[in-house]
Design a protein around this ligand. Structure first.
Ligand SMILES: NC(=O)C1=CN([C@@H]2O[C@H](COP(=O)(O)OP(=O)(O)OC[C@H]3O[C@@H](n4cnc5c(N)ncnc54)[C@H](OP(=O)(O)O)[C@@H]3O)[C@@H](O)[C@H]2O)C=CC1
Ligand SMILES: O=C1O[C@H](COP(=O)(O)O)[C@@H](O)[C@H](O)[C@H]1O
Length: 497
């Protein structure tokens, strides 16, 4: 991957620096950017939290986190450079008065990037605190973590609180899927290759599948997850962003608003799912105990801190239709869940069958071509094609075989390390490029569509369907496709060798 270093120095302020996200993802990503010499030499990194800690103790804790979460031995040269940038300031983020100390740590002549790795419920407090300290000007950038709200109404409230102090051009809403190499590659694949660009519509495509499977459960996050559920945690953001990139019209340029305008049009064209049609178009499940990769795991209602009455969904499958010219009659099937057999995210584009069969009875049902885009793991792109088996068959006939054209990123780009999504996104914020961040109208449109499904589910009073941990979700998820004579793609990561 080719990265340019940031051209201007900044004060990078990490609110919530002792939290899970900061420790597991953000600090290790800053370390990787440092290692790659991509951070401007004069940039400072300021951790903000409410603990009384000396800068030296903070620095030690950052090193511990990097050692624990970056998966390799710390390079001392890199660490020495990163360490020299680090600073810490104690702020009670709900208390405006405590921001006066903060002001002393930032340089008014530099761009300030404020990364809010805190609960969204305090985004408004942080903005007010920064304002009270007099540090907001048009050069300040603010990075917001997901989920922005719980529904459309609460999302609008949070967006308004931030908009009181920051223009949309200053706001970077994270959806970490947009920083994944393979998600970014969707734009290249679609618009740099005429073979796909010209075959990407209802004339050529039968249907599309997007699967984002996780083998983990809720990882001790019951409090957060039970309020959210898989629909709010994964579909409202990551899956709808991926869907928008697959379905959007070509943007005029690669600039932020060209891409975001096109994604928004897709979100606006999603056919509503509501009380009248949710039974045909949605499946929701909740895992019960089972085995994942041979390990016995508890059911969702047996997780630590569980409310045993919870009806929160841990699995969602949807049939989504896009009401526009390009996609008329092409269903997009989405599924995502916790405690599935393996961690794998894939997009599968099923092309239409050939209109006429030249190959006789033994190939009466010529299989359609498939384009499989492996988002993670084993990142790559694969196309299945029919091929002649070499040989001297009798004249007038041909033996065919399904074969694969496979591009594996780890083989094709063996010299390149695939960066974590957060590395890319942190760098883009420092560069001031909003293209990989979600605009307010996209978030709100996505909530509008999702709210309607959630309301239909709530109104039905039906519980989610149980599925055994370690399986691909409730049987009804198979039925969602089977009734249209289709089936879910069986990922090669789970196929028996
Ligand atoms: N963790 C993850 O994998 C992901 C997280 N996110 C999002 O990132 C954000 C942070 O999540 P996560 O790190 O898990 O949450 P945590 O609860 O682990 O961290 C939040 C941090 O904010 C601090 N904080 C909260 N209130 C205050 C306050 N009044 N004053 C000062 N500090 C305060 C907490 O401080 P203290 O330690 O003192 O309580 C804590 O360090 C959330 O919006 C979450 O939804 C998004 C995707 C994935
Ligand atoms: O945002 C979230 O994403 C993770 C899955 O991310 P991935 O990069 O590992 O695919 C999910 O586990 C978590 O619940 C959700 O909040």
């Amino acid at each position: 991957m080719v990265f340019e270093s940031t051209s201007e120095p900044c004060d990078f302020v990490l609110f919530g620096t002792n939290g899970d996200l900061a420790r597991r993802k953000l600090l290790p990503s800053l370390y990787q950017l440092e290692k790659a010499e991509l951070i401007h030499p004069d940039t400072t990194i300021i951790g903000v939290a409410r603990q009384e800690t000396s800068v030296d103790d903070y620095i030690d804790s950052v090193r511990d986190n990097i050692e624990k979460f970056s998966g390799a031995e710390v390079c001392e040269e890199t660490w020495a450079r990163l360490k020299a940038r680090l600073d810490y300031v104690k702020v009670d983020m709900r208390d405006e008065a405590s921001y006066s100390a903060f002001k002393e740590h930032v340089n008014p002549d530099r761009i300030m990037v404020c990364y809010l790795a805190t609960p969204p419920s305090i985004y408004g407090d942080i903005c007010r605190g920064l304002n009270a300290a007099g540090v907001i000007d048009p050069s300040v950038r603010v990075v917001l973590e997901k989920p922005i709200g719980h529904d459309l109404a609460s999302s609008c409230v949070i967006n308004e609180q931030v908009a009181e102090f920051f223009d949309e051009k200053q706001i970077y809403r994270i959806d970490h899927y947009l920083g994944k190499e393979t998600v970014l590659n969707l734009i290249a694949l679609r618009f740099a290759n005429s073979i796909f660009a010209t075959n990407w519509d209802h004339n050529c495509i039968d249907h599309v599948q997007v699967s984002v499977a996780e083998s983990v459960g809720i990882e001790g996050r019951w409090g957060y997850f039970d309020e959210a559920g898989q629909m709010r945690d994964m579909v409202q953001n990551h899956l709808l962003q991926v869907l928008s990139l697959i379905a959007m019209e070509p943007p005029t340029t690669l600039d932020a608003d060209s891409i975001r305008d096109e994604k928004l049009k897709v979100l606006k064209a999603l056919r509503p799912i509501n009380a009248s049609n949710y039974q045909q178009s949605t499946v929701r499940g909740q895992y019960i105990n089972g085995f994942v990769k041979g390990q016995e795991v508890p059911g969702y209602l047996e997780e630590p801190d569980a409310n045993t009455e919870s009806r929160t969904e841990t699995f969602v499958a949807l049939k989504v239709e896009i009401d526009n010219w390009r996609w008329a009659g092409v269903p997009f099937y989405l599924r995502t869940g916790k405690r599935l057999p393996t961690k794998v995210s894939e997009i599968v584009i099923y092309f239409k069958r050939q209109p006429h069969n030249l190959f006789g009875d033994s190939f009466a049902n010529l299989p359609p071509n498939k384009l499989v885009i492996r988002l993670q793991p084993d990142e790559g792109v694969e196309i299945t094609v029919m091929n002649k088996v070499p040989g001297l068959q009798s004249s007038g006939s041909m033996d065919l075989q399904k074969s694969k054209l496979n591009l594996s990123f780890s083989e094709a780009f063996s010299d390149e390390r695939i960066a974590d999504a957060y590395e890319k996104l942190l760098l883009e914020v420092m560069r001031g490029n909003q293209a990989l961040f979600v605009r307010r109208d996209e978030i709100e449109q996505a909530w509008k569509w999702v709210d309607s499904i959630l309301a239909a589910w709530d109104g039905s009073n039906e519980p989610p369907e149980p599925y055994q941990a370690g399986t691909w979700g409730p049987v009804a998820s198979i039925g969602l496709l089977a009734r249209e004579d289709r089936s879910w793609y069986e990922s090669r990561t789970t196929k028996k060798k």
